[in-house]
Design a protein around this ligand. Structure first.
Ligand SMILES: C[S@@+](CC[C@H](N)C(=O)[O-])C[C@H]1O[C@@H](n2cnc3c(N)ncnc32)[C@H](O)[C@@H]1O
Length: 333
């Protein structure tokens, strides 16, 4: 057999996949690592799509999922639609126009007729009318549907991150490994081998805090947050902190070395938006440190400004968790 014929035979044996709302490709990378061959991925954001292309190949198409004609076929359809409208953080609007996007998955499933559809989102998505509608639609197409909420930390990742995975299948539902039996991992372990100070290279960069942010960070101990500023240095607290006290979107949290991190979100370079302050240095984590907490390999190429890259990291499915899901799907085919 010639080398080309051999390569074609190997490719032909691999299950095919299409991903909608593909972002920078973290979930795609997990499916690819488990042997899936993507014929198409769709992403609206040009910069995220460029990161996708550099790491995973030219099958990424920049565009609006709603406007692209769904044609072709695949074994598995994967989709992680925008979650902001369902998130428990910030304002949750039942009629956020982004919520409707999840219904597109039904249109694509009908056209591509995959054996299995995988939908990833925040757990609140499962309580929405959009999920009920999509679920009913998929069941109407003949799929059996099951949902799981997985916490990345329970699967040995260094981050507490609860996400739902919904599976619709015509060939039997994937068996997701139970959470027990994975060794827990911590921020310290995730950052092993990285220079402790930002180097300014390979994404090991973090924004310099403003003088007031720096002064606040100095009084926040590991595991602490803005309440420590209120208690220890009240002159550094704006008036609004006295009225709101604890707020999920105004946190100023400092991480612990020996625990998994809290969930990374797109604003991970902003100390006020979560628990993103380094366990002992007075700065937020670098992009490289964030990538490590998301289990993104060090040789992954990011395209964009630091804030665009933070968005790609915070939006993505940690590849190590994605691989657990992808492997279960592959074993079902
Ligand atoms: C949660 S992220 C997906 C992350 C991806 N699963 C990963 O693991 O990297 C959702 C993505 O949907 C994209 N998006 C939002 N509206 C879209 C639309 N109408 N068409 C295509 N992509 C869209 C956003 O730009 C964002 O990158």
């Amino acid at each position: 057999m010639t080398e080309t014929a051999d390569a074609m035979r190997k490719l032909a044996g691999r299950p095919t996949a299409v991903e909608l709302f593909a972002g920078a490709g973290l979930l795609s990378s997990a499916f690819a690592a488990e042997g899936f061959r993507f014929s198409l991925a769709v992403e609206q954001n040009v910069i995220a799509a460029e990161t996708y292309k550099r790491n995973l190949g030219p099958h990424i198409r920049v565009g609006d999922v709603q406007e692209i004609e769904a044609v072709g076929a695949c074994d598995v359809l994967v989709a992680g639609p925008p979650c902001q409208g369902f998130s428990t953080l910030g304002k949750r609007h039942a009629h956020d126009p982004r919520n409707k996007l999840s219904l597109e998955i039904g249109r694509w499933a009908k056209a591509l007729s995959p054996k299995i559809v995988v939908v990833e989102n925040v757990p609140k998505f499962l309580e929405s009318i959009y999920w009920s509608e999509l679920r009913n639609y998929l069941e109407g197409l003949g799929y059996d549907v099951e949902t799981h909420v997985l916490n990345a930390a329970d699967y040995g990742l260094p981050q507490i991150r609860r996400r739902c995975f919904a599976f619709a299948s015509r060939i039997g539902l994937p068996t997701i490994p139970s959470a027990g039996g994975f060794r827990p991992s911590t921020v310290r372990q995730a950052w092993e081998g990285l220079p402790s100070e930002p180097t300014g290279r390979d994404g090991h960069v973090a924004p310099c805090p403003s003088p007031i942010a720096l002064a606040r960070m100095k009084v926040i101990p590991p595991g602490g947050d803005k309440r420590d500023v209120l208690n220890r240095a009240p002159h550094l607290a704006p008036k609004s902190w006295w009225t709101t006290r604890v707020q999920a979107t105004d946190v100023w949290g400092r991480m612990h070395w020996d625990e998994p991190s809290n969930t990374l979100r797109t604003a991970l370079l902003n100390a006020s938006k979560g628990r993103y302050i380094h366990p002992e240095q007075d700065r937020v984590m670098t992009l490289r440190e964030a990538a490590r907490l998301q289990t993104i390999p060090d040789d992954w190429t990011f395209v964009g400004t630091p804030y665009q890259v933070a968005r790609q990291i915070g939006n993505g499915v940690p590849p190590k968790l994605g691989r657990i899901v992808a492997r279960s799907v592959r074993e079902t085919l």
